[in-house]
Design a protein around this ligand. Structure first.
Ligand code: VAH
Length: 315
């Protein structure tokens, strides 16, 4: 069976739903410290859990015969700057719990998400390579860089089968954004339909690597289904689909919502975004385990707006 820790988050929610679609609802145990949205809570078994408590994770693993774990609980970049100690504690202790459970043979296969936040101001910004300078300047990025080092260490020292992806910003409509810097790209679609305007907290020309949720979920399942011998990078794989700026997204939205108005008022998240790459080289993921993205900015915008139309029942 599969356990998702952090099943109520932006990625966790859709990962749980997709894995239940593929494996059957009772094959996937969802867990989080809080309840999730209705669709998730009605989709199959749910257990409350604190990802920092080793024993409560071990109990679920024993009770439900878990073999595979996806650790999706974390504090993201913007919130992490407000609560640095908490972010470090949650992001690292939860990872050590699952790495040690895997080392003890309690978990067969483990997924842990990294992020383009592992790159910092001194990293080459265009087509950022898989191996390059990494001096992250956010607590979240530091925790992801340290986490990658530990994943590779547990693989090399103890043979733990942990797999990881450096997610770019992820756009989705099923859940509300959770304290990230790329959340503008989610909020903008909701606001376009609900109030016809949006004030972006990033400047119009802030180009960032982004991906539609459907692609992110497909990549996550693909790397976990891959043969262990094909996973040649045990820190974390660069992954990308597209890069765009708030202005480019606004222009795509205007093609479908002509009266949409955008304005720009950057806040503390501008510094975080400015420390990250503008585009990513993910050729290793494509060559090692066959990654390929399907959504570009046009296809994503159509999907987002159609889905949100239905959700908000906007005529
Ligand atoms: C964040 N959505 O904004 C996350 C992600 C690359 C961005 O790590 O913090």
């Amino acid at each position: 069976r599969i356990l998702i820790i952090g099943a109520c988050g932006q990625i966790g929610t859709e990962l749980t739903l997709k894995l239940r679609e593929i494996n059957g609802k009772n094959a996937v145990i969802a867990s989080d410290i809080r309840e999730g949205n209705k669709e998730l809570m009605n989709s199959g078994p749910f257990e409350f859990i604190n990802a920092m408590e080793y024993d409560s994770i071990l109990k679920i693993i024993d009770d439900f015969n878990i073999t595979d774990v996806y650790l999706m609980a974390a504090m993201l970049s913007a919130t992490g700057e407000k609560f640095p100690a908490k972010a470090w504690e949650l992001n690292m202790n939860s990872l050590f719990n699952v790495l040690n459970l895997a080392k003890e043979g309690k978990i067969k296969k483990l997924f842990w998400p990294s992020s383009i936040a592992v790159f910092g101001p001194t990293t080459p910004k265009e087509n950022t390579p898989q191996e390059t300078i990494m001096e992250p300047s956010t607590v979240y990025g530091i925790s992801k860089q340290a986490g990658e080092r530990w994943c590779e260490y547990y693989f090399n020292k103890f043979g733990v089968d942990v797999r990881s992806i450096r997610y770019p910003g992820i756009i989705s409509w099923k859940t509300n954004p959770g304290g990230g810097t790329t959340d503008y790209a989610v909020e903008i679609y909701h606001n376009a339909l609900l109030i016809g305007k949006y004030s972006s907290f990033l400047k119009k020309d802030t180009k960032l690597p982004m991906m539609y949720m459907d692609d992110a979920i497909e990549a996550t399942i693909k790397i976990m289904d891959a043969d262990a011998k094909d996973i040649k990078i045990r820190s974390s794989y660069n992954l990308a689909a597209m890069s765009f700026t708030p202005e480019e997204i606004a222009n795509e939205i205007k093609k479908i919502v002509p009266e949409f108005k955008i304005s720009y008022h950057s806040d503390f998240r501008q510094n975080i975004a400015d420390s990250w790459p503008k585009s990513i080289d993910d050729s290793r993921a494509r060559q090692d385990w066959g990654w390929e993205h399907k959504f570009d900015i046009k296809k994503m915008s159509e999907s987002m707006l159609n889905s949100l139309h239905t959700k908000y029942d906007v005529l």
